[in-house]
Design a protein around this ligand. Structure first.
Ligand code: PLP
Length: 344
């Protein structure tokens, strides 16, 4: 695995810290560490920054003067793409799909949407269920007819080029662990459009790390989620010229999605409060909270974390989205003591 063969913009703040979570570990009775990919930089960071280092380098190499992408209203990917476009001095147009039907003003204009616009991107809204990839191709063709050189980035930046960013993360994490003599027994993270997990699967395979990886779903049912990740992991390995992953390397648990994409769950909101109150770390309601809800529940029910197993939770970012979801938080929880948590 030799990623220097691929064009890349070194704009991310790497390596991201690998830290202990002492109070959450104590609360749950398991050893939990956190890989801080919420701190990757570019408009407050998140997992899309690693992907965009490779995607935007390709855009630049192709002479693009505009990028186009799509996502949900509170898309972190859209916000980070807009920030990269600003940094490169090129245009950015984002197609936003209303996957929740929320008419709340903060959901529609605050959080990531506010930042999309601050970075100078234009946005366009579509109803849920719209053919977004098709719409994006149409929109790109329109701009090309006007003479624009448009580089189209798929939703979530999830293609083989974007996934290189997470193959790189696998290498970075294992190197960090090796340098510190820190054995990692399992990695857990939120999975969505699949580029993060696919890149990790391909990267961990390429370096023969043999660390079990668990994606916690945020949208699709399990068979679809695992198939998406597997297909992209195979493509990513092919692009890197490394051994193809096995189907059994791909494991997603989709029991924590709740009612659907972008709809907060009770367990996710609890995870947000626990990380905030015990570790001073912010999660987001759409992805990292559901990932953490899975982590917490699987530890509580003894399915992972037993026998001194050391777990690394990969924090994929997204806290900007909190400001589009302020209404989801029961104000009665704005307390100074936390009865749910054991006192130190
Ligand atoms: C996009 C995103 C994910 C999911 O990553 P994929 O590569 O799309 O699977 C997880 N967490 C956050 C905060 C995200 O923005």
């Amino acid at each position: 695995m030799h990623l220097a063969r691929f064009p890349r913009l070194h704009l991310a703040h790497l390596p991201t810290p690998l830290e202990r979570m002492p109070r959450l570990s104590k609360e749950l009775g398991a050893e939990i560490w956190i890989k801080r990919d919420d701190c990757t930089g570019m408009s407050s960071g998140g997992n899309k920054t690693r992907k965009l280092e490779f995607l935007m380098a390709e855009a630049e190499a192709q002479g693009a003067d505009m990028v186009m992408t799509q996502g949900a209203t509170q898309s972190n990917h859209a916000r980070q793409t807009a920030a990269f476009a600003a940094r490169l001095g090129i245009g950015c147009h984002v197609l936003l799909e209303d996957r929740t039907g929320y008419d709340d003003a903060n959901y529609n204009m605050n959080g990531n949407v506010l930042l999309d616009h601050l970075h100078g991107a234009s946005t366009e809204k579509f109803p849920g269920g719209h053919d977004m990839p098709g719409e994006m191709e149409r929109a790109a063709e329109e701009r090309r007819a006007e003479g624009k050189k448009v580089y189209v980035i798929p939703g979530g930046g999830s293609n083989a080029v974007g996934a290189l960013g997470y193959a790189n993360c696998a290498l970075e994490l294992v190197n960090q662990a090796n340098e510190r003599g820190l054995r990692i027994d399992r990695i857990v993270h939120a999975t969505g459009s699949s580029g993060t997990q696919a890149g990790l699967v391909a990267g961990l395979k390429a370096i023969n790390a043999n660390i079990p990886l668990l994606g916690i779903g945020t949208r699709a049912p399990q068979p679809k989620q695992e198939q998406m990740v597997y297909d992209l992991a195979v493509k990513t390995a092919a692009l890197m010229g490394t051994p193809a992953p096995d189907r059994s390397d791909v494991v997603a648990n989709t029991n924590y999605v709740g009612e659907g994409y972008g709809i907060p769950t009770e367990s996710g909101l609890e995870a947000i409060r626990m990380f905030a109150e015990l570790e001073g770390i912010l999660l987001d309601p759409v992805y990292s909270a559901k990932g953490a809800a899975g982590l917490i529940d699987l530890i509580r029910t003894g399915q992972i974390g037993g026998d001194g197993e050391r777990i690394v939770f990969l924090h994929t970012g997204g806290s900007v989205g909190l400001f589009g979801y302020d209404w989801a938080f029961d104000r009665s929880h704005q307390h100074t003591d936390a009865p749910m948590m054991a006192a130190e």
